[in-house]
Design a protein. Structure first.
Length: 199
């Protein structure tokens, strides 16, 4: 039955401290009252490694197993969140994001392993290279070139006071339910990384 489908994705969950920081940053940027900007609620911001789309509940176990296999030999690592950027450029921004630094190469390697391991389960491999980032906002289609330029200028003027450190010691299979009030996220499964000395 169709309503049994679960809209899901694999992601690194962010600590509460980072979420509240994103909240404050968005609040500052919202002061300009750009009506053409659609903000992503902080509780909906994840470091998404793979969007799976609709899956049946029966597949949760096999996807979790693949995540466990892809995470073998991966030990906890540290990322830094900081640096505002826009895509494609500041003159005509479409997406506002925060950059990911620190041991980002380990995150990229993990994403590639998960991506490749899911192919036998029928999930297509990503065509575009994975660039770790957190999406903060999207500009609506109706935003005029002038609107976009003024938003780009705002981004350039906004100093980012803090860099957050995120200890990554697990990866989660997440569920996203699209409700009238917005998306609600819940964790279906979590795969913890083993420290080097753990068996």
């Amino acid at each position: 039955m169709n309503n049994q489908q679960i809209r899901s994705f694999i992601a690194v969950e962010l600590p509460e401290e980072v979420r509240s920081g994103l909240h404050q940053l968005q609040a500052e940027l919202k002061l300009a009252e750009h009506t053409f900007v659609k903000w992503v609620p902080p509780e909906g911001i994840h470091l998404t490694l793979k969007f799976l789309g609709n899956i049946s509940p029966q597949r949760v176990a096999e996807i979790t197993k693949v995540m466990e296999e892809a995470s073998q030999g991966v030990s906890p690592f540290q990322l830094e969140v900081g640096g505002l950027g826009v895509f494609p450029n500041l003159r005509q921004p479409r997406v506002l994001w925060l950059g990911i630094g620190g041991e980002a190469d380990k995150l990229v390697a993990l994403q590639q392993r998960i991506d490749a391991a899911l192919v036998p389960l029928g999930f297509a491999q990503e065509a575009r290279p994975f660039t770790p980032h957190l999406t903060l906002a999207r500009l609506r289609e109706r935003a005029s070139p002038r609107d976009r330029r003024s938003f780009g200028e705002l981004v350039m003027k906004t100093p980012l006071e803090v860099n957050y450190e995120v200890d990554v010691d697990s990866v989660s299979l997440m569920r996203s339910q699209l409700l009238p009030a917005g998306a609600v996220y819940s964790r279906l499964a979590e795969v913890k990384f083993k420290r080097l000395n753990e068996k």
